[in-house]
Structures are given as structure tokens and as C-alpha cells.
Design a protein. Structure first.
Lengths: 234, 85
């Protein structure tokens, strides 16, 4: 039997937990030097990645977020009680620093997706003429060059969007974690740590900003527990 | 012209965002992460396109493989990746 760990904090109370845990298990607290870890019992060696388990994890953490800001564990954290207590003991100061870092704040997420653009007909025509006149080696190198140019252009565009987004929200964001071109169709993925009393202002500023950039698609979400602001390595 | 977000309704996007947050971020207790790819449902596979979290799972599994040499378990789980729940 392992413990499934959801989150921890220094002011979590059992009555804040409004939901059963993964596999419908009852959720309880384990206190180590005043830091309470929210856990449930888990029978098995692995947690399946499926909708039910992920939503159960998120519901437990979200119910606590409604009352206070915890440090969330990554989904799927299975641990023995001894290991958990040892983890809290050995990282006690760092965990307190992280809790103070996020106290009174929540994470808000902005993802910006490239809109598919129309192909440049003139460019395509030019490329086909060149293709007919050159050998396979030259065509390969030219394709590579076009690929690099496009990549460089997208990178510059992503960085410009990141600067623009930062300028919009800087007055109401405590910290940011921003990835430019993290992969796929994403131009940018940003996590903002926003104090609860500034959430309305943040939402208003982001909404107004979105209207300025109709050429982009935005995916905004939150409030989340501070998943992106739980780095103990620093 | 279609947009990648047009493929998802609001509930699906909300679920994708939840997956993205809980799977790739948060406190990690070294050596204790155990995630199975068996039973991954189809909407989760959509993350590969939109949110890249499948890459995170692969990284976690690789770390686990290195740490525990559980190659056979990984292979078995990977074989089930295509199966919906």
C-alpha cells in the first residue's frame, strides 16, 4: 500500500478537502513539522493516466486552492509515508520558501497558437520553377534553407508575441514562466502567478489584449494551483 | 481553413489543459513518479498535437526505465498505448 500525494501546505485543514481522491479513496493529511501533505491510500504500483484519475487528482487540489494556495505534487506521485516524511524534512526550508513565493496567488495560463497561414502562391510557383531546373542535391539544400528561414521567422515572431504579452500583464503578475515555441502549433505557453485580489484586473487586461491580436488563437485558463512555480532545485 | 482549436469543444479543451498542468508540472519526489501509459484515452492522445505532454510522459518513462531497468513493463505499456479505455 502506497500513499498518493496531492499537494502540501502550511495552512491546509481537513475540512478544505471537498472530494474523494484517486480511485475514490478517502483523503487525509500527514503532518510533518507543521507542513501538511494531502494524501490518500493507493493499492497498486502505478497510477493509470486516464480521465477519471486525472480529474480526481485535480478536484482534490482545486478544493484546497479554493481556500488557500498549496504546492501541488505532479500527477502520479506514489510514495511511502517514511519517504514522504523524509522528503518534507530534508526540503523543509525550500518548501517554506516556495509556499511564501506562491502565498495568496494562483496560476493563470495563456497559450497562443499559430493560425494556419495561406501558402504563398508566388513563392510556391517560384519554387516549382527552380525545382524543374535543378538537381536533387540543390533542391534538398534549398528546401533546408527555406525550413531554417521559416523556423527563424517563427522564433522571432514568438519572441515578439512574448514581449507583447509581458507588457500587457506585467502590472498585475507576480512572476511568469514563459516558453516560446514549446512545440507543435504553440507559439507560446505562459504561466502567470497572479495575486488573488488582482485576478479581475489580470483577466480584463488579457481579454483586452486578445482583441488586439486577431491573427492569433488564444487558450486561456485558470485559476490553477501553482504547478509551474514549484521548483525546489533553485 | 481549419484551426487546430476547432477540433476541440470547450469541455475537451478544459480537460486538455488539466492534463497539461497535472502531468508535466508540480512537485516531484525523486524516484517516486510512477505513471502508466496503459489506459490512456483518446482525448489524451490529442495532447500530442496541442500541448506536447506526451513528450513529458515519454521523458518520465525513460527516467524510470533508467532508474529501475523496467524495460519490459515499459514495452508492455507502450503496446497498449493505442487501446482506448
Amino acid at each position: 500500500m502506497s500513499l498518493y500525494a496531492y499537494c502540501l501546505g502550511d495552512d491546509i485543514k481537513l475540512e478544505m478537502i471537498g472530494s474523494s481522491g484517486v480511485a475514490e479513496a478517502p483523503v487525509y493529511l500527514i503532518d510533518t513539522r507543521g507542513l501538511a501533505a494531502v494524501v490518500s491510500d493507493f493499492d497498486g504500483a502505478m497510477v493509470p493516466v486516464n480521465r477519471g484519475a486525472v480529474l480526481s487528482h485535480e478536484r482534490v487540489v482545486a478544493s484546497i486552492l479554493a481556500a488557500t494556495t498549496p504546492l501541488p505534487f505532479r500527477f502520479g506521485t506514489l510514495v511511502s509515508q517514511e519517504k514522504l516524511e523524509s522528503y518534507v524534512e530534508s526540503n523543509f526550508e525550500k518548501l517554506l520558501l516556495q509556499l511564501n513565493r506562491v502565498r495568496g496567488s494562483v496560476e493563470m495560463s495563456v497559450k497562443i497558437i499559430w493560425r494556419p497561414e495561406k501558402k504563398d502562391d508566388e513563392g510556391a510557383e517560384r519554387a516549382s520553377i527552380v525545382s524543374a531546373e535543378t538537381g536533387p542535391g540543390s533542391r534538398f539544400l534549398m528546401a533546408k534553407r527555406r525550413e531554417l528561414e521559416e523556423s527563424e521567422s517563427l522564433k522571432e515572431h514568438g519572441e515578439e508575441i512574448a514581449s507583447w504579452l509581458a507588457s500587457i500583464v506585467e502590472c498585475c503578475v507576480r512572476e511568469s514562466v514563459v516558453q516560446v515555441r514549446p512545440g507543435g502549433s504553440l507559439a507560446l505557453s505562459a504561466a502567470h502567478l497572479v495575486e488573488r485580489h488582482r485576478l479581475e484586473e489580470y483577466r480584463h487586461r488579457v481579454s483586452a489584449g486578445l482583441a488586439e491580436r486577431i491573427a492569433l488563437r488564444f487558450l486561456t485558463s485558470g485559476p490553477w494551483p501553482p504547478y509551474s512555480f514549484c521548483d525546489l532545485s533553485g | 481553413m481549419t484551426d487546430i482549436l476547432d477540433d476541440f469543444d470547450e469541455n475537451e479543451l478544459s480537460l486538455l489543459e488539466t492534463f497539461d498542468h497535472v502531468l508535466s508540472r508540480g512537485l516531484v519526489i525523486s524516484g517516486q513518479i510512477t505513471i502508466s501509459v496503459a489506459g490512456v484515452d483518446l482525448i489524451y492522445l490529442g495532447l500530442n498535437v496541442l500541448l506536447s505532454s506526451v513528450e513529458t510522459i515519454k521523458e518520465i518513462l525513460l527516467s524510470r526505465e533508467e532508474a529501475h531497468a523496467e524495460i519490459s513493463a515499459i514495452g508492455s505499456a507502450a503496446n497498449q498505448l493505442q487501446k482506448p479505455e
